[in-house]
Design a protein around this ligand. Structure first.
Ligand SMILES: C[S@@+](CC[C@H](N)C(=O)[O-])C[C@H]1O[C@@H](n2cnc3c(N)ncnc32)[C@H](O)[C@@H]1O
Length: 272
């Protein structure tokens, strides 16, 4: 899927906190599907791809016995540690390599807003299976355009259109494969012609190859204020251009409704 991890960049990581509300909206909604009492009773929880710790802060509210962050971007990991402090274990690693740090002793792996960034899905699935205890859970979410929904509302489509306009204008300013790929993918999400994306059926079929099955699934309609969307664009734009003035002009030119509507799919997978 993606060809690089934009979150390696220090300035992206520093400005990530301005978008907290988006990611905490997702993180809270995932926890609504995944029973909190299950979380409380579990000894070992991993927040995979925890970034600056927005999703971790939501998990901490349920007071799990032990919480570990696994994050490949050192910039994000350092920012998470500065916000969350001690009491959490911090591991600089990725989904693909996390199994090296555990002994099939993890009860719950929570991957919020990061599944679409995993580079090598076969390695990730094997690594997750090796990390989990028998009966352990792997919980993650996916949104458009990385996930194919059968239906989207008009307001959800409007948000995708605005993102397509942003990434396409940014690609004209600073041509880059990731930007071209993203705007193309957003257009295909609108046309319903995506192929390089995840489908529920496809995921349900490949997980059992590593002994993990779908235990619960939900599609949720969520929203956040548009000002946050502009912060996200500013943050992502900084990874691709130094020209702040041109970036601001692109962002100002795109009209948005007062709220951004989006849909997320939540998967609760369980190891046999
Ligand atoms: C959009 S952020 C989400 C952060 C946090 N979970 C949240 O909801 O706020 C995506 C995170 O996934 C991380 N990531 C990218 N590739 C990864 C991989 N292969 N394994 C684990 N995490 C990855 C990025 O470094 C980034 O911190």
């Amino acid at each position: 899927m993606a060809t690089q991890n934009p979150f390696e960049n220090k300035s992206t990581s520093d400005s990530y906190q301005s978008t907290d509300l988006v990611y905490s909206t997702s993180a809270k909604a995932i926890l609504n599907v995944f029973a909190p009492d299950l979380l409380q009773t579990h000894a070992q929880v991993v927040d995979l791809g925890a970034g600056t710790g927005v999703s971790t802060a939501e998990i901490l509210k349920y007071k799990p016995a032990k919480l570990t962050i696994v994050e490949p971007s050192m910039a994000m990991l350092e920012n998470a540690a500065s916000v969350l402090g001690p009491g959490i274990e911090y591991i600089h690693s990725s989904a693909e390599k996390m199994f090296e740090h555990f002994d099939s002793n993890v009860d719950l792996i929570y991957a919020c807003n990061c599944f679409h960034l995993f580079q090598d899905l076969a390695s990730v699935l094997a690594s997750i299976s090796c990390t989990l205890k028998p009966k352990g859970f792997f919980v993650f979410n996916l949104t458009s355009p990385a996930f194919r929904f059968d239906t989207l509302t008009e307001t959800q489509k409007l948000a995708i259109k605005a993102n397509r306009d942003f990434y396409s204008a940014l690609n004209q300013l600073s041509p880059n494969d990731v930007l071209a790929y993203t705007s193309d993918l957003l257009q295909k999400a609108l046309d319903g012609t995506q192929t390089q994306v995840y489908f529920k059926d496809q995921l349900e079929q490949i997980f059992p190859s590593v002994g993990i099955n779908l235990s619960n699934y939900q599609e949720q309609d969520l929203e956040y204020p548009s000002v946050i969307q502009k912060n996200i664009w500013r943050m992502m734009g900084q990874s691709f251009t130094q020209d702040q003035e041109a970036l601001s002009k692109i962002i100002e030119a795109i009209e948005l409704p007062s709220n951004i509507a989006f849909k997320q799919a939540v998967f609760v997978m369980q190891k046999v």
